[in-house]
Design a protein around this ligand. Structure first.
Ligand code: 5RP
Length: 230
């Protein structure tokens, strides 16, 4: 199985967690895309659920698949969110935001009773941090916010290069919420909770990609099959 087949296999296992009538958070990224695709098949076969998408891309996909959609204004409490991740550690702390949807993903996951995370085996790591940590910032005061992020990281651990995420034509990548993303190449993150607290305290930081105490189940698609960690 190649990485994409592993992602699809993990997504297929996650569909088994969906029960009729559930209010679902629908994640973003190539793994979550498989899940939405497979959920769409179940919905077209008669399964009744409603979904809250975590990005404009997932909104468009879910709509095209025929999945009934709602918002957190109409439906503020969800039963289950299914989403991918960029890295997951054995304590279920995660890095998310590689696809730039971290703010909506965290709001939706936090409104859910359970979160099932679906990844291929390369994402399961002993220590977070090889993947650069996305930090979503408001464009106003960018220079000052960047310095404050650097300082905040320095209160918890050693830093690393911070890079404004850019599009291919050299413009800042703009999130669905109209913000920018700074990717912090830290190498390793030994205390995700402490770093999460420090980053959350920086004015101008809209959200960061450290997800702690949110995942309840991790489904890992590997070359030799699926492993579920609860
Ligand atoms: C998007 C995310 C994605 O879940 C994460 O980047 C994983 O993406 P993929 O499934 O494409 O590897 O956090 O903001």
């Amino acid at each position: 199985m190649d990485a994409d087949a592993q992602k699809r296999a993990a997504a297929a296992r996650a569909v088994e967690y969906v029960q009729p009538g559930m209010r679902l958070g629908l994640g973003t990224g190539s793994t979550a895309k498989h899940f939405v695709d497979l959920l769409g098949e179940r919905v077209r076969a008669g399964l009744k659920v409603v979904g809250v998408p975590t990005s404009e891309a997932t909104f468009a996909q879910a709509k095209a698949c025929g999945i009934p959609l709602t918002t957190l204004d109409e439906t503020p409490e969800l039963d289950l969110t299914i989403d991918g991740a960029d890295e997951v550690a054995p304590d279920f702390s995660m890095i998310k935001g590689g696809g730039g949807a971290l703010l909506r993903e965290k709001i939706v996951a936090s409104a859910s009773s359970r979160m099932v995370v679906i990844v291929d085996a390369t994402k399961w790591v002993e220590t977070l941090g090889r993947f650069a940590l996305p930090v979503e910032v408001t464009p106003f005061g960018y220079g000052a916010t960047l310095r404050a992020i650097e300082k905040a990281i320095g209160t918890v651990q050693s830093g690393g290069p911070l890079k404004l995420r850019q599009t291919k034509d050299g413009h800042p990548f703009v999130t669905d919420g109209g913000h920018w993303i700074v990717d912090a190449a830290l190498g390793r993150i030994d205390d995700p909770k402490a770093l999460a607290r420090a980053l959350a305290a920086v004015p101008g930081v809209m959200e960061h990609g450290l997800f702690v105490d949110l995942a309840s189940v991790v489904i890992i698609g590997g070359p030799d099959g699926i492993k579920t960690v609860e």
